[in-house]
Design a protein around this ligand. Structure first.
Ligand SMILES: [Zn+2]
Length: 132
């Protein structure tokens, strides 16, 4: 995966953390306001970035009406708030594909199989702390 895509994945989680559940169109709009995102992913790859990140879940859908009055159902995405309860938790739930190179060096494999940075003084990953 490109460095830009990894960065975009991290920004998406930050956006959802701050603004709450939204459609991928909403995410694209927020991404376009960030100066350090060079290219906004296409709607298709944005769907993939949202659905392949274990930090993000779909939480329902919203009816959206287009310019000619056709209503369509758009999925709403949010971060997994059962696991991510504070801003620090965002770091501890990152999968290796979203980590920076430095973070990947700090990551270890938890007994559940996930490769994560462990919370301070914890011997298991945050998923296991919250759901174990
Ligand atoms: Zn674990």
């Amino acid at each position: 995966m490109s460095a830009n895509n990894r960065r975009v994945r991290r920004f998406i989680v930050e956006i959802l953390w701050e603004h709450g559940a939204m459609t991928k169109e909403g995410v694209a709009e927020k991404l376009s306001t960030l100066k350090n995102v060079r290219t906004i992913p296409s709607p298709h790859s944005l769907s993939a970035l949202l659905s392949k990140n274990p930090q993000i879940i779909s939480v329902g859908s919203e009816k959206v009406e287009n310019a000619i009055g056709v209503k369509a159902s758009h999925l709403l995405y949010d971060i997994d708030r059962d696991v991510i309860k504070s801003r620090d938790d965002i770091l501890y739930t990152r999968s290796p594909t979203v980590m920076t190179p430095t973070q990947r060096k700090q990551a270890v494999q938890c007994s559940c199989g996930r490769i994560r940075i462990l919370p301070p003084n914890s011997e298991v990953c945050l998923h296991c702390v919250r759901k174990g």
